[in-house]
Design a protein around this ligand. Structure first.
Ligand SMILES: *Cc1c(COP(=O)(O)O)cnc(C)c1O
Length: 480
């Protein structure tokens, strides 16, 4: 009897065999990670599952190359094959998103934002900031040095979405370098509707006169009107930068079009490649041609040497995203997110903005007397992986929070459809209803163990119906 082993199974099983020859514990951990991911009902809005082709494109000798510079203009010799993959990735990105220019070297979303900041500063004709500020020891910058630096940059200002409204740390907040480089001000959402208040944003921009207006979010469940944001940016002479790290897959899949597509409206667009875009862990910058020369200097200005193996995987992922199936996938992400929201609303669960138009749902658990931290832990006990998140004007602050963020990109990749997401909504509602805070604690809670068992069992059934990486079996006994 001959058994057929898929190419993917053979590729990964053989790779693990080779690794196990050197350090079997690493091979075992990689294998265990697949098992764990298969058994986990993942609602983390920022995670996904890349295809075997994307994963395999990363595991090879491209990792051995240094390739500082850009295709055809490298500081290292023998980069012809890196040139091929970097050019392909950039070409796919330009075509997919309709951008003038794409820079595919950033190692992550945060790195892509750094490239964008420096490029916007450079574009304004600023000489290197450190030099101008007379700062000598960059390893030990004092608050006074930072003040000098900001003054040298002309008190450069950034207007970004507030953290509790769903903005990201890199949009000018103190724990991130952006909050040191720029004087920051925030815009937020209307307390009644939970939607971005564009009139207030316009007024804030007029008063604050920022160099950069940053749009984009990690936890806002609605559409953003980038055309309106560009109009505001133009009015105050700011550059519009959109960080589409979370929703790039929805842009690629043409779910976000017209005023809601950032690429035709922003001068600079940054993204991760591993969230809804479903590529390798990495980042990317898209921009108009006037910003291209400075964006291309991202390495070595703010980035270490490029990762050619990851650029190869970006090229593969972007080629996948140009296929019609990807548009179907992107539409399904949003249909699933809506079904999840409806399932929760039917059970009386409170959602920030009362619903969703994108890949994520933000649950406000404050009304049930729980913190986000307690809800996150109780859901995890019942086999549902989510993460806690602030809600607007969160009374519990950014650590305990009052919210739970849910996202559908990962489950949609597994093949989940609407009625299953509605059921997941029901399971979440069951767990929240069966969880109570212990006394005044923001951490301790009690979850009815019978409910936890029942939810875990039902979650396992749903997962079994949609196996993750069905083409991969690492158990190759009976290999042909
Ligand atoms: C996830 C995220 C990032 C950071 O991406 P990393 O790859 O983790 O550096 C940046 N901006 C936004 C809006 C994000 O959601």
């Amino acid at each position: 009897m001959t058994s057929t082993v898929s190419r993917e199974s053979a590729a990964f099983a053989n790779a693990l065999d080779v690794i196990a020859q050197v350090e079997p514990r690493v091979a075992a951990a990689i294998g265990q990670e697949l098992t764990d991911q298969r058994e986990s009902l993942k609602l983390i809005a920022s995670e996904n599952y890349a295809s075997p082709a994307v994963l395999l494109a990363m595991g090879n000798w491209f990792s051995d190359k240094y390739a500082e510079g850009t295709p055809g203009r490298r500081f290292y010799a023998a980069c012809q094959n890196v040139d091929t993959v970097e050019r392909l990735a950039a070409e796919h990105a330009r075509e997919l998103f309709g951008a003038d220019h794409a820079y595919v070297q950033p190692h992550s979303g945060i790195d892509a934002n750094l490239v964008a900041f420096w490029s916007i500063l450079a574009h304004r004709g600023e000489s290197p900031a450190l030099e101008k500020a007379g700062v000598k020891n960059v390893d030990a910058l004092t608050e006074a040095d930072w003040g000098q630096l900001r003054r040298a940059l002309g008190d450069q200002r950034m207007l970004g979405m507030s953290l509790d409204a769903g903005g990201h740390l890199t949009h000018g907040f103190r724990p991130n370098i952006s909050g040191k480089m720029f004087e920051q001000s925030s815009y937020g959402t209307d307390p009644q509707t939970g939607l971005i208040d564009y009139a207030a944003l316009r007024q804030r921009a007029r008063d604050f006169r920022p160099l950069i207006i940053v749009a984009g979010y990690s936890a806002y469940p609605r559409l953003v009107d980038f055309a309106a944001m560009r109009e505001i940016a133009d009015e105050v002479g700011a550059t519009l930068m959109v960080d589409m790290a979370h929703f790039a897959g929805l842009v690629a899949g043409r779910v976000l079009t017209g005023d809601f597509d950032p690429v035709p409206h922003a001068q600079v667009v940054t993204t991760t490649t591993h969230k809804s875009l479903r590529g390798p862990r990495g980042g990317m910058v898209l921009c108009t041609s006037e910003f291209a020369p400075s964006v291309d200097r991202g390495c070595p200005m703010v980035l270490g040497g490029p990762l050619p193996h990851v650029m190869a995987a970006k090229a593969v992922a972007l080629a996948e995203a140009r296929r019609p199936e990807f548009a179907t996938y992107a539409q399904q992400i949003v249909a699933n997110s809506r079904a999840l929201a409806e399932g929760l609303l039917r059970r009386g669960v409170r959602l920030v903005t009362g619903g969703t138009d994108n890949h994520l749902v933000l649950v406000d658990v404050g009304g049930s007397g729980l913190t986000g931290r307690q809800a996150e832990a109780a859901l995890l006990d019942a086999g549902l992986v989510t993460n806690r998140n602030s809600v607007p004007a969160d009374p519990n602050g950014p650590w305990y929070t009052s919210g739970i963020r849910l996202g559908t990109p990962a489950l949609t990749t597994r093949g989940f459809v609407e009625d299953e997401l509605a059921q997941v909504g029901d399971l979440i509602a069951d767990v929240l209803a069966a969880t109570t805070a212990e006394g005044e604690s923001k951490v301790k809670y009690r979850l009815d163990p019978q409910v936890a068992d029942r939810v875990r069992a039902r979650a396992a059934e749903l997962l079994d119906a949609h196996p993750l990486y069905p083409e991969i079996s690492l158990d190759l006994t009976g290999r042909a």
